[in-house]
Design a protein around this ligand. Structure first.
Ligand code: G6P
Length: 611
């Protein structure tokens, strides 16, 4: 999704801006641009495609890009096609330059008003209305800050925006509403970005802006005005994110690195929170155990891969902890009227903590009478964490590959801990508690063992590369894993993949079965195994070709219609986590053969900060 970097300094900032953009590339984008102020002149360079195209263009300039004040952007098209003229920064009066993440929803009426005032639009974007609005209001206000404070009153929708004025190179003004911005504090220089990752090479001291904040940033000062118009101080946070989190560490892709990191990051996520004796107190935040004691219903809200983690958790929470649970896609929940059951806890899950739909759903839930809110998240200090009463950090480390892997498995480990924490308050039977504790204890080693299947899966992937469709099947808590497997394959290999609860086969998808549509089955040895075997026979009888990831004791045999990969035996409650690994590897190797952009698949973004 779109990325922002900005700087006010004494030194030339062009390389800082470009490096910032490179560090945001993982979020997905289709064009990029830079605006620099030098000698009271504004220079704009924009390119379609990768940041490399932009940096090559800047290098070819006579001055190779000079300016101690500048803003830069990677754009993920929403309004207007992928063209140079739609790329940011957008400019008004050859004086004001603007970069923007989010969507100005009332852009049409603003465009009409501003056109009537004589402003000429050169792009199809909503962002250009910001540039002209600020230019117009600057005429009647004493400073750029005042002009922006007036302008934001006119904007509806979501924005994280940064504005510079060539007539005052000492200042940039930023505004946040629904799209994150973080100020990076340097010595005699200051920065802005949509994600701290962009600024880690230049600072580790950050101020996370809050909803409604507008800030004026100079080389030596930061002034923040909150939503109510009051000047406020915000906490300075020392970042704990590793500087080289963006390093591939010898792996060919971030995704592969992140797949292999799973045993370690799951171990980190468990550490100090759970031991063979039980779950610690208040692991989900201060006062969480008391809230869990009162909780009668759990509503889980998320998007994408995080939603699949929530779906898995529903099986666990109801089966093990005996607490009723339902799961919903955030973009659906936020726009429908729903009934809040008494003593309900809202649980949001998000890798980034900045997904616009999830944030909006949380806001709605808080207004609708949920007893409390818990965020399961991978980014400390993110909007979701700050806006929830309770939080639990998955310790996956920075996830760069757009296709989520280690964030998912750590979310699942977090949910098994949630089952333990809630179960403790609800007298969950001792044997179930013991089972989960033993399963979590063996989990990191089981993940390591499962990763040794990589070569076998690599060979198997060759049979997929010429296929256009595929079907993933699972039952019970493996159904969401089949969904996640299908999502991974379609995200990075562009092969159409659908997932079904295998009991549903006969209600439609059987009509699609033929030798050209591989059927992928996840088959641990559990109480649904015999049912699953009947579904496998239904596929076989119709000439389907199957790839079965199965427990050795499930007794599947490879033959001409079925390729069986034996997954290490594990305790039942962690099987969804263990069986995720071979499906991730399968997608990865298929994508590798197809030669797609594994880490930045087309049209997708890492953190979806627009709705
Ligand atoms: C995007 C990403 C997915 C992710 C989803 C939800 O679509 O590409 O990998 O699962 O957003 O993101 P979140 O950060 O809320 O987990």
């Amino acid at each position: 999704m779109c990325g922002i970097v900005g700087a006010v300094a004494e030194r030339n900032v062009v390389q800082i801006l470009l490096e910032g953009l490179r560090r945001l590339e993982y979020r997905g984008y289709d064009s990029s641009g830079v605006a620099l102020i030098h000698d009271n002149a504004l220079s704009i360079t924009r390119r379609v495609g990768k940041v490399k195209a932009l940096s090559d263009a800047i290098e070819a300039l006579d001055d190779q890009g000079t300016g101690a004040t500048g803003i830069a952007h990677t754009r993920w098209a929403t309004h207007g096609g992928v063209t140079e003229s739609n790329a940011h920064p957008h400019v008004s009066q050859s004086r004001f330059a603007v970069v923007h993440n989010g969507i100005i929803e009332n852009h049409k009426s603003l465009r009409d008003e501003l056109s009537a005032l004589g402003y000429r639009f050169t792009s199809d974007t909503d962002t250009e209305t910001i540039a002209h609005t600020v230019a117009e209001l600057r005429k009647s206000t004493p400073t750029l800050l005042d002009a922006v404070l007036e302008s934001v009153k006119r904007f509806e929708g979501a924005y994280g925006t940064v504005i510079i004025d060539k007539d005052d190179a000492s200042t940039m003004v930023v505004a946040r509403s629904g799209s994150p911005l973080v100020i990076g504090l340097g010595i005699g220089e200051n920065f802005i970005a949509s994600d701290q990752m962009a600024l880690l090479p230049v600072t580790r001291r950050f101020i996370f802006l809050e909803e409604g904040d507008v800030a004026e940033i100079t080389r030596t000062s930061v002034r923040i005005i909150d939503e109510s118009g009051n000047e406020v101080e915000r906490e300075i946070v020392e970042s704990t994110v590793e500087h080289d989190a963006g390093d591939k560490g010898g792996y060919r892709h971030y995704m592969l690195k992140e797949i292999y990191e799973q045993p370690a990051v799951v171990r980190n996520t468990l550490q100090g929170r759970v031991s063979p004796d039980g779950i610690g107190n208040d692991v989900f935040g201060e006062g969480s155990d008391a809230i869990f004691a009162k909780t009668e219903h759990i509503k889980i809200i998320a998007c994408g891969t995080s939603y699949h983690a929530g779906m898995t958790a529903k099986y666990w929470l109801e089966a093990y902890a005996g607490v009723s649970c339902d799961v919903e896609i955030a973009s659906e929940f936020r726009y429908r009227k729903s009934v809040v059951k008494p003593n309900s806890l809202i649980v949001t899950i998000s890798q980034s903590g900045e997904t616009a739909d999830t944030l909006a759903a949380l806001k709605l839930a808080k207004e609708s009478g949920y007893m409390s809110s818990l965020a399961i998240c991978n980014v400390d200090g993110s909007s979701l964490v700050r806006e929830s009463s309770l939080s639990f950090m998955t310790r996956a480390g920075a996830e760069i590959g757009v296709a989520s892997t280690k964030a998912f498995t750590t979310q699942l480990a977090g949910f098994l801990m949630l089952v333990l924490a809630i179960g403790k308050q609800k007298n969950m039977p001792k044997d179930i508690q013991q089972h989960i504790l033993s399963a979590l204890t063996e989990l990191p080693a089981k993940l390591e063992e499962t990763l040794t299947l990589a070569d076998e899966i690599d060979h198997l992937a060759e049979e997929f590369s010429d296929k256009h469709h595929s079907l993933f099947l699972g039952r019970g808590d493996q159904y969401p894993i089949a969904m996640e497997g299908a999502l991974k394959l379609k995200e990075i290999s562009y092969i159409h993949a659908e997932a079904y609860a295998s009991g549903e086969l006969k209600h439609g998808p059987l009509a699609l079965i033929d030798a050209e549509m591989p059927v992928i089955v996840v088959a641990p040895n559990n109480e649904l195994l015999e049912k699953l075997k009947s579904n496998v026979e239904e596929v076989r009888a119709r000439g389907g070709i199957m790839y079965v990831f199965a427990d050795k004791d499930a007794h599947f045999e490879s033959d001409e219609t079925m390729r069986v990969v034996n997954v290490p035996h594990c305790l039942e409650s962690i099987a969804p986590i263990v069986y995720t690994i071979p499906l991730q590897l399968l997608s990865y190797y298929v994508a590798l053969i197809k030669g797609t952009d594994v880490d930045q698949p087309r049209n997708l973004a890492k953190s979806v900060t627009v709705e």
